[in-house]
Design a binder for this molecule. Structure first.
Ligand code: NI
Length: 272
């Protein structure tokens, strides 16, 4: 239907161009193109714009196939849950490549406002490769300072953005800055979201040093949730080293839900 209308526009544009072989006074006539006539009447920008719109619409309707959850016994195996906050961003695709090379699943706490036409495909890829997606608010507001209406909006808009992009209904959230409180406890309980904090803070936003970040992550103990941010290039640079190190120690990389098993909405978790 859409593709048809684009083709129709193309033909119409071609037709208009052929019909209107005008010459401006003083200019030499241009030999008409067999399809588009004289090129100055052919609006390539408009055509590109329409084609891009049709492609956007087609891709907006495509939902990823989500792999089934794995049953990993983290009582017997050394599990670690790597988590990445504040994306999706320009480095997220590279993070997914590195994780794939180590058969590692991780959890991404996304900001709703970062899910755009440009980043939607990487969010879909995340879901299709078995990573977990969690809610990190719409715009990284400190949630305890908000009215209950604004707080709900921060969570709901992000739930909706992820649902539209992937079909996934998120069951985890991470409060920006780890800032929580009674109002957030109540709201997350009502919305069916567990609050996920962390056991290991790499402080990768503060120390932009891949060696230090890799050392801090690799110090994780079995059952830990590790906090990182996929928006910093230094964190991405640290990843190969920290994955090698955790591989060497015999860790299995799991999502937060795989680590914790069932979670209770409203409740806070830092590790297993
Ligand atoms: Ni954050």
């Amino acid at each position: 239907m859409r593709i048809g209308s684009v083709l129709l526009s193309l033909l119409l544009l071609g037709g208009c161009a052929q019909a209107g072989t005008m010459t401006v006074k003083g200019e030499r006539p241009v030999a008409p193109h067999p399809r588009f006539g004289t090129s100055r009447h052919f609006d390539a920008d408009l055509l590109r714009f329409r084609l891009a719109g049709a492609q956007r619409e087609a891709s907006a309707k495509r939902l990823p196939a989500i792999p089934p959850p794995r049953h990993i016994d983290c009582m017997r195996r050394k599990c670690v849950a790597l988590t990445f906050d504040d994306g999706p961003g320009e480095y997220t695709g590279h993070v997914l490549d590195l994780l794939a090379a180590h058969h590692a699943r991780a959890t991404f706490f996304l900001l709703g406002q970062m899910i755009t036409d440009e980043t939607r495909d990487v969010v879909r890829r995340m879901a299709s490769e078995g990573h977990e997606i969690g809610n990190h608010s719409w715009d990284h507001a400190s949630l305890p300072g908000l009215s209950s209406e604004s707080l709900r909006r921060e969570l709901d808009r992000t739930q909706e953005a992820v649902r539209k992009a992937t079909g996934v209904r998120m069951r985890l959230m991470r409060p920006p800055y780890g800032a929580t409180g009674p109002a957030l406890d109540t709201e997350t309980k009502q919305e069916g979201l567990a609050q996920i904090l962390w056991a290991v803070d790499t402080l990768d936003w503060l120390n932009r040093n891949p060696t230090v970040i890799a050392q801090r992550s690799a110090a994780a103990k079995p059952g830990d949730i590790v906090l990182m941010h996929d928006i910093h290039p230094t964190t991405v640079q640290a990843l190969p080293r920290l994955l090698d190190e955790l591989d060497r120690k015999g860790f299995t990389y799991v999502t937060v839900s795989e680590l914790l098993g069932s979670t209770t909405p409203g409740k806070k978790y830092t590790n297993r």
